[in-house]
Ligand binder design. Sequence first.
Ligand code: TYD
Length: 206
Amino acid sequence: MFVTVEGPEGSGKSSVMKRVAERLQKEGFDVVLTREPGGTPIAEQIREVILNKENTKMDKITEALLYAASRRQHLVEKVWPLTKEGKLVISDRFLDSSLAYQGGARGIGIDKVLEINMAATEGYYPDLTLLFDVAPEVGLARIAANKGREVNRLDLEKIEFHREVRQTFLDLAQRFKDRFVIIDASQPFEKVIEDAYKAIKDRMVK
Ligand code: TYD
């Protein structure tokens, strides 16, 4: 089974999924937690190019292609072989992040970004996608709290961008109803863990 976890920054998805994976491992499931962009040495090198703050001249289509390239490498080297072995692979971000960030917020368009990704995924989709939904104000405030500082002017300027990301994720959850489960990430940490765990267990039974 291939599970992906999506959501805006500050949704808590990475720390929640660590706990969910530990719980499933204790129950005897063979769980592999991975992430995008990255997850393998080559894909991590591509990640460095994408997230390097000095690359201010990066064209948005170039950016989308690099995410797709890193995704391809991650699928071929890790996700496909491991799921074939019967492991439960959980990826912190996948295709829907490209659709929400590059397609929605950066304005390339969902269908164009889907097309760019077809070469990478060959039409492969996750069995289950957990969307950690939270308002951008809450997510950004959490990040600021972690860093021990107030939300600043730059964070607030970015809020429009994050609203667009959130809305696109919600639209995607409508469009791909069969594989999406929305998790209310504004709830207390332990409750979010419980909901995410249950969503995965439910899907296993089906
Ligand atoms: P990361 O530090 O992993 O953030 P997070 O902990 O929030 O997942 O950085 C990943 C960033 O890359 C994040 O801002 C979302 C963005 N991203 C895209 O824009 N498109 C994509 O396809 C993926 C996978 C990530």
